[in-house]
Design a protein around this ligand. Structure first.
Ligand code: GDP
Ligand code: MG
Length: 470
């Protein structure tokens, strides 16, 4: 064991003790983690959740709200001075503009504190005044969770595995060519090292775009503010001599620095402090992209979920020290793309996607649930007559042309195996049907006072995630 690790564990323990004591005596804090692969809907989810907690008219499923016990909800300065703030106002502004648009991509971790003034329920209601519960929402890329696997791997081992994948993929040709020019034993030359790292990043980006998910290191895809730093300027190299001062020696050192300076601090400072977690999954997008993308999503989710089983990993056990994420919600997002008659099937597919990951361990006693949601509803439902038959459709404004359209995306199967079976077998396309997805623009909103944006089951998601603490 490395000494640094022991120190990590100790500091965390002391901090943990202090915060538990102060939280118990003063104002409780719920840290809600929001994650998912890029484009899964994190930004929209947080924006709509906050807006719908501030104005709760559309949140009947949040019990404390329905009982009228939430007296106020307001944004406050967040407790962590070094984390970027989630840019709620800008994102909400984009969604509620006269010409609404989806917010820009974000690619880093950010945080927002929403404080709720809540009257206690039951017998205590008459005895105690309202108390304040802080909800700290932490948005971070699911890609970063994939890095957990690196902690157990040496540079040589990671290089071997990564290069085997590079060999097998078309998207690897550019990096293979760059590698052929490189000599690991030669003295380090910074421009050459940077060029090699760029070629490797190019490969990862292409592999991700082609639907592959095992694209570590995760920060190479989503560097946040670390872009260009030495900890992100390395690449895998084939085995060979690595004398002092050589490229290979320096890459191995930077790989270790990436683990200790980038991966570990994220897990220790952010991940290990999460109480409740939502994992957003764009199931419909993957079904639309085809069997390979769906199977890839399944393996990516399995990898991501290992992070929620601290018992399986020495480093995680150490930083969690018996604490755990208490509830995990898996949400299939963008459910407004299909008619509500399809939602139960969508949820069943999401459940089946996670079944394997779930059966491997039970998340150390965390409560888990799967749901289909739309954080921001961009469509309305309708039923039309098509070739003499009634057909359930959704209507919306198309993102590309701004034209209004009615859309029937293809019926999802009742049995998820009809999709997951072919996906696992590596089928090229779906035989049973054609699952289209249209990209809808957000609809213009005219919100009344006390109302957040329209959604599907965002209130139930909130109830599962935080309802018991209100
Ligand atoms: N129709 C619909 N589209 C959504 C919804 N949530 C996300 N999207 C789409 O998915 C895209 C990515 O969402 P975003 O929240 O930025 O993803 P992030 O990368 O995980 O933060 C958005 O630009 C929207 O086009 C939703 O609830 N309904
Ligand atoms: Mg985002």
């Amino acid at each position: 064991m490395i000494l640094g690790d022991i120190a990590d564990g100790l500091t965390r323990g002391v901090e943990g003790a202090v915060s538990t004591v102060s939280e118990a005596f003063f104002e409780p804090v719920i840290r809600l983690g929001v994650t998912g692969l890029s484009r899964s809907g994190k930004t929209i989810f947080i924006t709509s959740l906050v807006a719908n907690l501030v104005g709760r008219a559309r949140m009947p499923g949040l019990v404390a709200g329905a009982e009228g016990r939430i007296e106020a909800a307001y944004l406050q300065p967040q407790p962590d001075d070094t984390l970027p703030r989630f840019d709620y106002e800008t994102h909400l502004g984009a969604l509620t503009a006269a010409e609404p648009r989806w917010p820009e991509n974000t690619r880093s971790v950010s945080e927002l504190r929403l404080s709720l003034r809540v009257r206690p329920r039951g017998l205590l209601a008459g005895l105690q005044g309202p108390r304040t519960v802080h909800l700290d929402i932490v948005d971070y890329p699911g890609e970063w969770l994939l890095d957990l696997a690196l902690l157990d791997k040496s540079y040589d081992q990671w290089s071997r595995e990564t290069l085997a994948r590079v060999e097998a993929r078309d998207t690897g040709s550019g990096f293979r060519a760059a590698l052929a020019e490189a000599d690991g034993a030669a003295p380090l030359d910074e421009p050459a090292a940077a060029a090699l790292a760029r070629a490797f990043t190019g490969y990862l980006t292409a592999a991700r775009a082609a639907g592959y998910s095992d694209c570590t290191p995760g920060r190479f895809l989503l560097p946040g503010d670390l872009a260009g730093s030495p900890a992100l300027t390395f690449a895998p190299l084939p085995p060979g001599p690595a004398p002092r001062g050589s490229l290979a020696r320096e890459f191995a050192r930077r790989y270790e620095a990436y683990k200790s300076r980038v991966v570990k601090p994220f897990f220790r400072d952010h991940f290990a402090r999460i109480d409740r977690q939502i994992v957003l999954v764009d199931v419909l997008g993957a079904i639309h992209a085809g069997p390979r993308a769906l199977d890839d999503l399944r393996t990516a989710m399995a990898d991501i979920l290992t992070a929620f089983r601290p018992g399986q990993n020495a480093f995680l056990s150490q930083i969690f020290r018996g604490r755990r994420v208490e509830r995990i919600l898996f949400a299939a997002t963008k459910a407004d793309h299909v008619h509500q008659s399809q939602h139960a099937r969508l949820t069943a597919i999401a459940e089946a996607l996670l079944a394997e990951a779930k059966s491997r361990a039970d998340f150390a006693g965390a409560r888990t649930k799967a749901m289909s949601i739309a954080a921001l509803r961009a469509t309305t439902e309708d039923r039309v007559t098509h070739e003499g038959q009634p057909l359930d459709v959704v209507r919306g404004r198309l993102l590309d042309t701004a034209k209004s359209a009615a859309f029937h995306p293809g019926d999802l199967p009742e049995d998820p195996a009809r999709l997951l079976g072919p996906a696992r077998e590596g089928a090229d396309r779906w035989l049973d049907g054609d699952y289209g997805v249209m990209r809808f623009a957000p609809q213009p909103l005219s919100l009344r006072p006390g109302e957040g944006p329209p959604h599907i089951r965002l209130d139930r998601a909130a109830e599962f995630l935080i309802g018991d603490r209100l």
